[in-house]
Design a protein around this ligand. Structure first.
Ligand SMILES: Nc1ncnc2c1ncn2[C@@H]1O[C@H](COP(=O)(O)OP(=O)(O)OP(=O)(O)O)[C@@H](O)[C@H]1O
Length: 229
């Protein structure tokens, strides 16, 4: 199983009365590409943050790629995430004054499974990824803040895939994209994840994106908490 949740309950520490998630059992199989949707405030980002170990459940257990997240120290969880999970954020979270290659190298640097790193091989791997994503060569060494949104999204995909993750998590990555860029982004992302057999958890409000996935799940249908927002 790629992801398995058992009796998971979650509330944010500062708001104990606002129970956000209560999930009895939920599983994602290796290689699945799962589309998760649901209304604003139903807990989609919270669920992704629990699965990536950024948050810990108030009770229950979360198992990712055969490892129990709650059995790890904070340090071990951070390492586990860097080594095994690729993350694409809504606004990409790239470092604006670094260029594409440098942004991707940084993600490589934070993964312990890559050391000692062979710089030539790494740069070649980054170039291969940027090429696979149809990133124009003249943009590779420009600071991120000089790239178009469409180019930034490609760098975000490359950064998420540089450590050969087994699991890719994407939280509303298409929300700022026009229809053309959205379609390109989805096509490239799904193509690369299929080739590399990466399990995908993808959250969006946009139900048209459902067509790219092997399964879809409405979060309210697996969560016992009825959100009042
Ligand atoms: N840091 C926080 N502290 C307290 N409550 C929070 C925090 N972050 C989110 N919440 C609450 O948790 C609930 C779920 O939020 P979450 O961001 O997971 O929803 P979402 O489905 O991703 O929403 P959206 O689609 O609008 O991004 C909401 O009631 C929200 O107000």
């Amino acid at each position: 199983m790629s992801v398995s949740l058992q009796n998971v309950n979650f509330h944010y520490p500062d708001t104990p009365k606002n129970q956000v998630l209560s999930i009895d059992k939920w599983e994602v199989y290796p290689g699945e590409k799962l589309f998760i949707y649901g209304p604003s405030g139903c807990g989609k980002s919270t669920l992704l943050n629990l699965i990536s170990g950024i948050l810990l459940p108030s009770s229950g257990s979360i198992n990712v790629l055969g490892e129990s997240l709650e059995a790890m120290t904070d340090h071990q969880r951070n390492r586990f995430r860097a080594n095994n999970i690729g993350y694409i954020f809504q606004n990409f979270n790239l470092i604006p004054y670094l260029n594409s290659v440098e942004n991707i190298r940084l993600a490589h640097y934070f993964s312990s499974k890559n050391k000692p790193s062979n710089t030539t091989a790494l740069v070649k791997k980054i170039h291969n990824l940027l090429e696979a994503l149809n990133m124009p060569i003249e943009s590779w060494h420009k600071p991120i803040n000089l790239l178009s949104i469409g180019q930034q999204q490609r760098v975000a995909i490359a950064r998420a895939l540089i450590n050969n993750p087994k699991l890719l998590i994407a939280d509303e990555p298409t929300s700022s994209l026009d229809p053309y860029n959205k379609e390109n982004f989805m096509r490239l992302l799904i193509e690369l994840c299929t080739t590399q057999k990466i399990t995908v958890l993808f959250v969006s409000h946009d139900q048209q994106l459902n067509q790219y996935f092997t399964r879809s799940a409405a979060l309210p249908s697996i969560n016992k908490i009825v959100n009042k927002q």
